[in-house]
Design a protein around this ligand. Structure first.
Ligand SMILES: [Zn+2]
Length: 97
């Protein structure tokens, strides 16, 4: 019975780690740091993560890396790759023809 209980703890711990990794990425944080924190302390770190406000700069950087967003060459704001004009500085985007 102790083995089964132990397996439940391990499974719960791993599930918690996966949720922490996923949520930290979605909120624009470094998932490696947050997962390590959760692994060595407790997946209940998830509660801290839920309270933490999202890092918009991190989310923007992640979207640019994934190719979902591009940076305006003039003002460096993040925008949709299909945009013809930068919504921040009204710069006409030259990569669009
Ligand atoms: Zn711009």
């Amino acid at each position: 019975m102790d083995v089964v209980y132990g397996l439940f703890i391990v499974a719960g711990w791993i599930t918690g780690l996966c949720i922490v990794a996923d949520l930290s990425t979605a909120k624009g944080f470094n998932w490696v740091k947050w997962s390590a924190f959760a692994m060595f302390f407790n997946p209940a770190v998830l509660l801290i993560l839920i309270i933490f406000p999202a890092d918009q700069l991190g989310i923007d950087a992640l979207r640019v890396r994934r190719g979902e967003r591009v940076r305006c060459p003039r003002c460096l704001e993040v925008m949709h790759p299909e945009a013809g004009t930068c919504p921040h500085c009204r710069n006409k985007l030259t990569w669009r023809t």
